[in-house]
Design a protein around this ligand. Structure first.
Ligand code: PHE
Length: 452
């Protein structure tokens, strides 16, 4: 295929920052702490870490290798490696998942942007008042929609600017800024009186709360937080050169992602315990419990501002990777220009995101299988589509593309740690069977069908 010359990251670190930017997002700072809070603290942490190492690492190496060897978007990549077979459908599921995730992701990111400004004027005191404040915000019509729109415009603008001039430039500034802002919030949180209890909560296991849902949550979270199972990391890998070290880069991305998730716990739980609120408050942890914390802590306006700014930055560097998957598909496969792809697909994703944006307001009564529109999008994408995409990708790599081809590609350019034979049984059998079983049992469980 002829076309414009494919861009490449200016350096390996450019790729690592972009991939870490993709990985570190709402999943780390909004979702990870609340799931940890709901699923028994340290037990969940343990299961999650096991999933990251034995599922996340092999899947990440596989996606990057497929992207790099083909230099294509997910659909084109599977077509190139398995011409004339239906494997391209795995890539297509990924592109579709990109639409769905980004559409609700941008809605939540939009709340975060609103809260940057709301923090400055101070949040109401007490968990109940903070809850009403949040509900007041999300039941609105204009503000959630406008913020979702603005967030999509910024995301599309960055993608339109290109891989190097858009994505790489933005992450080079924003990722260090994110870490600094995070440290500011942590310093405040851990120095509040009574903070120790919050740290103890993160590291004291409560085995009584483990159910199959704990495993489903940990697996879903592992895929979501590392941006795996839908081709985002594959697409970023397609802008890598064969000189770059895949195992090392993967480990760095995973280390950055896990560190930020745990640091988010350090930023949140000590403060929540210090003010005496409930750590298991679910999805409202960042938007209800934390504002209540900021309302009572000294200089809370400032720290609230910093927190929502960092949450918005983290969301933005993930959102661009989601849109890049969709854009790369239209650029490579349909011959669109980057600007056309970014702007048109950005607009469509904005529209797809209208139901979740209004899930609590105008569409407050609309539910699908008992879930509101936001939970429904979230559930379909990360409990079904990401694990499914991940399972199909490893089956493809382990059984069709072949372990030899995968290992050769993954180790090309690797100077230190190399991909070893231990990965073969994981990619071929353990991940597909394990993830599939947990997914089916877990999903049936959500429908009230208990197999165990
Ligand atoms: N990893 C991102 C987060 O943790 C979400 C994401 C999922 C981004 C899939 C890209 C692809 O918030």
């Amino acid at each position: 295929m002829t076309g414009p010359v494919r861009e490449q990251w200016l350096s390996r670190i450019g790729f690592v920052l972009a991939a870490a930017g993709s990985a570190v997002g709402l999943g780390n700072i909004w979702r990870f702490p609340y799931v940890l809070g709901e699923q028994g603290g340290a037990v969940f942490l343990l299961i999650y870490l096991v999933c990251i190492i034995f599922i996340g690492y092999p899947v990440m190496v596989t996606e990057i290798s497929i992207g790099r060897i083909t230099q294509r978007n997910p659909v084109g990549a599977f077509k190139a490696l398995a011409p004339g077979t239906p494997w391209w459908i795995v890539g297509a599921i990924g592109v579709l998942t990109g639409f769905i995730i980004l559409s609700f992701y941008s809605v939540i990111a939009g709340w975060s942007v609103s809260f940057i400004f709301k923090a400055l004027t101070g949040f109401p005191v007490g968990a109940e008042a903070a809850g009403e404040f949040f509900v007041g915000h999300i039941t609105g019509v204009a503000e959630p929609l406008i913020m979702h729109f603005i967030f999509m415009v910024i995301t599309a603008g960055i993608i339109a600017a290109g891989v190097v001039k858009g994505i790489q430039r933005v992450v080079t500034y924003l990722m260090p800024a994110l870490v600094v802002l995070m440290l500011v919030v942590i310093l405040r949180s851990v120095t509040l009186p009574g903070a120790g209890e919050g740290i103890a909560f993160m590291f004291t296991p409560d085995f009584s709360v483990i159910t199959i849902d704990t495993f489903l949550s940990a697996i879903g979270q592992a895929f979501f937080t590392l941006s795996l199972g839908m081709g985002a990391i594959l697409t970023y890998g397609s802008y890598l050169s064969s000189k770059d070290d895949i195992p090392k880069s993967s480990l760095q991305v995973i280390f950055a992602d896990t560190s930020i998730a745990i640091l988010a716990g350090f930023a949140i739980f000590p403060a929540v315990f210090a003010i005496g609120l409930d750590p298991a408050s679910g999805a409202g942890l960042a938007f209800i419990t934390l504002p209540a914390v900021f309302a009572e802590m000294p200089a809370g306006e400032f720290f609230g501002f910093v927190f929502f700014l960092l949450l918005s930055i983290a969301a933005l560097t993930s959102a661009i990777s989601l849109l890049e998957v969709v854009a790369a598909y239209f650029i490579d496969e349909k011959g669109w220009t980057r600007k056309q792809a970014a702007l048109l697909m950005g607009a469509i994703i904005f529209i797809v995101g209208i139901p979740p944006a209004l899930h609590a307001g105008v569409l407050g009564d609309v539910t699908i299988i008992g879930m509101d529109m936001l939970d429904f999008y979230d559930f379909v994408s990360d409990s079904i589509m990401l694990p499914l995409g991940g399972v199909l990708t490893v089956i493809f790599a382990g059984h069709f593309w072949g372990m030899k081809a995968l290992t050769d590609e993954a180790n090309k350019g690797a100077t230190g740690i190399k991909v070893g034979n231990w990965m073969a049984p994981f990619l071929k059998y353990i991940i597909p069977i394990g993830v599939f079983v947990v997914m089916v049992v877990g999903v049936l469980g959500r429908f009230g069908i208990e197999l165990f």
